[in-house]
Design a protein around this ligand. Structure first.
Ligand code: ADP
Ligand code: MG
Length: 335
């Protein structure tokens, strides 16, 4: 759809920048943008659509929304081991609110600039608040990290920051929504937990550098958006194998704030949470030390949470040694 006069002004005011292009050869303002990946590289392309009321609260802070809309896309490039080049932004807006747009653009551009990801075009129309971003990255042929390369014997790893873990984001969301399960905790505890985890929900940091560092090391990779157990199943399905997770490893990777409060809840949030935007990958045992070093070089930890096995299915070995299927209701806090 063509932009009306008001929408052209909006694009000029908020999204067209005066700085010279670095990645693209033609940016905003023409019928197409032109993008030239480095010689011999493949384009990696991914897109995500975010709808108000479904993927975010319509009244969320716009700078946070700008950040997160791009972050979830950059996380997909990271999962493939691709280097970000550029993005497009499609916006449906109920009305033109310049303060809102300015904050949204600031959040988006701060993250885009940090990753050298240029906004090269998009589309703008009136409608219920919806944000569609497409990212373009590059990766050398045969080096993209896929979901299909896991093999029996490979270790299963997740990334996380030193004071962060799986389930942080979902814990923050449930605290914001005043989830019944957490209502038994004193308000001071809930406040502290929210303070410790809120940035992980609202400002996820896509693990782009780690994705690059895992080229040639990871046998399979994906990012964690829907919760570890579901996302790991994608790798298992694509690779045609099974996995045995270790509860102690998983706890090491789980939200530190929640772990201190309630171990079994921490395990359940780590398995079934979502919105983590960490990387989940597999690697052959001989790469173990290099994998740890790759994460360290990015200021992150890589925690081994289990092993790939032959056959199919996803199981968890508990601290007491018992092995249980992961869909056991005990771990299905979110069903
Ligand atoms: P077209 O009629 O070819 O679809 P538009 O009139 O919609 O083009 O947009 C004009 C220019 O502004 C195009 O270069 C387009 O890529 C860009 N553009 C439109 N909306 C956005 C947006 N939300 N962010 C960045 N660029 C945009
Ligand atoms: Mg258009």
């Amino acid at each position: 759809m063509s932009a009306s006069h008001g929408e052209f002004d909006l694009i000029r005011r908020h999204f067209r920048r005066d700085q010279p292009l670095r990645q693209a050869t033609l940016g905003i303002g023409d019928d197409c943008a032109l993008l030239a990946p480095s010689a011999g590289q493949q384009l990696a392309i991914s897109t995500d659509l975010l709808v108000a009321g479904r993927h975010f609260f319509a009244d969320v802070d716009p700078a946070t929304l700008g950040h997160k809309s791009l972050a979830v896309n950059l996380s997909d490039l990271a999962a493939c081991g691709a280097r970000p080049l550029a993005c497009t932004l499609s916006l449906a807006l109920p009305d033109i609110d310049d303060d809102w747009l300015q904050a949204f653009a600031a959040g988006l551009f701060a993250l885009a600039d940090a990753h050298g990801c240029e906004l090269i075009g998009g589309d703008t129309t009136r409608g219920p608040l919806t944000i569609g971003i497409t990212v373009f990255g590059e990766v050398p042929p045969a080096q993209a990290l896929l979901r299909s390369g896991a093999r029996p014997g490979d270790g299963i790893y997740v990334s996380h920051g030193p004071d962060q873990g799986l389930g942080d984001a979902r814990l923050a969301l449930h605290l914001l929504l005043q989830d019944q399960d957490l209502a038994a905790w004193p308000a001071t505890v809930r406040d502290q937990l929210l303070q410790a985890t809120r940035a992980r929900l609202e400002h996820p940091q896509p693990r782009v550098a780690l994705g690059l560092a895992l080229r040639g090391l990871a046998s399979a990779c994906c990012d964690l958006s829907d919760g570890l157990s579901g996302d790991l199943r994608h790798i298992l399905d694509a690779s045609g194998c099974a996995a045995l997770l270790q509860a102690d490893g998983l706890l090491q990777a789980a939200s530190p704030a929640l772990r201190l409060q309630d171990t079994s809840l921490a395990l359940s949030y780590a398995l079934a949470g979502g919105d983590d935007y960490e990387l989940l990958w597999t690697a052959a045992p001989e790469h173990h030390e290099q994998v740890l070093a790759a994460a360290r070089s990015c200021g992150l930890l890589a925690t081994c949470i289990g092993q790939i096995e032959a056959d199919s299915g996803l199981r968890l070995q508990q601290a007491d040694g018992r092995i249980v299927p992961v869909d056991a209701t005990a771990f299905d806090h979110f069903r």
